[in-house]
Design a protein around this ligand. Structure first.
Ligand code: UN1
Length: 484
């Protein structure tokens, strides 16, 4: 085992070597809870680093694809064990670098290990189907083949889970990888790379590049040796990635924003609905694309729900993300923090009433108090655009027809949830809500590792991620006609 991997070096990983950026440029990442505290210096990579990483992945591609899947997956099993052993260390780094409350960081680090475990099992699954030729009865069979070099562009808000759920299937199905880690949270993803390194993954099979999207993203997407791009991030950047990819004839998968509704029906268990509303809107400071942005409450229970939610907000623990009781920590960086405050201001200007929060909650940290609006019009900014923070709005509704229509009246379709005890109500919601992930009596966020994940409408593009669904993106299916 090379000695250079003793610590998660704040470096790129190219062809099995931890290396600084080609220009030696670095940037400093600060802790969003205490922005005077530096988390580390990281490489500020450029097109040159991307070219080296892609080249390494291309060199490693044939040999890796030629290994039996079970052998490839043995590396994932080993890495899963290493990640499990370091859940606490990974969680602490995650909290320090991007401000996720440690209770959620721990769950996420454990989830990354579970994702590696799930995909390690893929080495033992069938790789095709058998058919009879229609005229002769001779055999036709299909086979899944890896796509080749894949680029994985990942965000800061799930810095363990998302790199894991792209990397693990990419490797399991025989692709080689260039993983771009988010500038705001590189340390967490480096733990995953280190675990794979220590498991003995052959050099060049997985490469990691850290840097700015504008400097690293474009050369990565346009490099002709990159055959497929999986991207999670903002709508605007995602659309640019898709345009480039389509023009160049590459496979592309996008996970973008959401504007997720929670519906509280007249017959809901209100206590459970309030807990889910709080968690969905405010945990991780609302920095999830699955966070609850709109809460539609039946008029008969509106006042009751509103006062219980305000009590819950009052009782919520906000502040230092390294405190295990904290539920709402800081916003990731100053720019995002200012965007969230600007979104709140716009909500006020357009006539919304702030029932709770609405302001900075700590003089040093990028902390925004859980913010609840009322009186926001359906066509207003807050009802349509994603403000990536702990900001949500309450709406009153009368009929199921009306609420389904209003819930669907956004360009996004990632997740949605309903609280009801009525089977018929739940059934209509399940049939008619336009979203990729529907919850009956649970919050809008959260995703199980073995279940397909992805949005509809403007929330995503291409095949879903996670579970066995991931095979669609990371393999190409071929048909083999066998005659004698
Ligand atoms: C979750 O809700 O646990 O970036 C996962 C995001 C989503 C992942 C959400 N792609 O917020």
């Amino acid at each position: 085992m090379p000695e250079t991997i003793a610590a998660p070096a704040p470096a790129n990983l190219i062809a099995g070597e931890w290396s600084p950026s080609a220009t030696n440029r670095t940037y400093e990442r600060v802790n969003p809870w205490r922005p005077t505290e530096t988390v580390g210096q990281f490489p500020s990579s450029s097109a040159e680093d991307v070219a080296a990483a892609v080249h390494a992945a291309e060199q490693a591609r044939r040999e890796w694809a030629g290994l039996p899947a079970a052998k490839r997956c043995a590396f994932l099993t080993d890495a899963a064990t290493r990640i499990e052993a370091r859940v606490e260390e990974i969680a602490q780094d995650m909290t320090r670098e991007m401000g996720k409350p440690v209770r959620e960081s721990r769950m996420e680090a454990a989830r990354a290990a579970a994702i590696f475990r799930f995909f390690s099992g893929e080495g033992w699954r069938p790789v095709g189907e058998v058919f009879e030729q229609s005229l002769t009865g001779a055999t036709v069979h299909t086979r899944r083949r890896p796509v080749g070099v894949v680029a994985l562009i990942t965000p800061w808000n799930f810095p363990a889970a998302i790199p894991a759920w792209k990397t693990a299937p990419a490797l399991a199905y025989g692709n080689t990888v260039v993983l771009k880690l988010a500038q705001d949270a590189p340390l967490t993803g480096l733990h995953l790379a280190r675990a794979l390194q220590e498991a003995g993954l052959p050099d060049g099979v997985m490469n990691v590049v850290i840097g700015r999207g504008s400097e690293v993203g474009d050369p990565l997407v346009t490099d002709e040796q990159v055959r497929a791009i999986s991207f999670t991030g903002s709508v605007q950047v995602g659309q640019g990635v898709r345009e480039h990819a389509m023009r160049l004839g590459k496979r592309v998968q996008l996970e973008l924003g959401g504007h997720n509704p929670l519906i509280v029906a007249a017959d809901a268990n209100l206590d459970a609905a309030v807990q889910a509303a709080y968690a969905g809107a405010f945990w991780s400071a609302g920095q999830k694309c699955t966070a609850t942005r709109r809460m539609f409450v039946h008029e008969s229970v509106y006042d009751d729900f509103r006062s219980r939610l305000l009590t819950r907000i009052e009782a919520g623990h906000i502040g230092d993300p390294s405190d295990p009781h904290t539920e709402v920590g800081p916003i990731v960086n100053q720019r995002q923090f200012e965007d969230v405050l600007a979104g709140i201001e716009r909500g006020r200007r357009e006539g919304g009433t702030v029932l709770a929060g609405g302001e900075r909650a700590d003089p040093e940290a990028y902390l925004v108090a859980p913010t609840l609006f009322e009186g926001v019009g359906d066509g207003d900014f807050l009802s349509c655009e994603e403000v990536f923070g702990p900001v949500t709005s309450l709406y009153r509704y009368r009929t199921l027809d009306e609420v389904i229509e209003r819930a669907n009246a956004v360009r996004f379709g990632l997740s949605a949830s309903i609280f009801t005890r009525g089977l018929a109500t739940a059934e209509r919601f399940v049939n008619e809500l336009e979203a990729g992930i529907l919850h009956v009596n649970s919050q809008t966020a959260g995703a199980d590792v073995h279940v397909p994940f992805g949005g509809t409408k403007g929330s995503g593009y291409g095949p879903h991620e996670q579970g066995r669904a991931a095979i669609e993106f990371y393999t190409e299916e071929i048909a083999v006609y066998r005659d004698v």
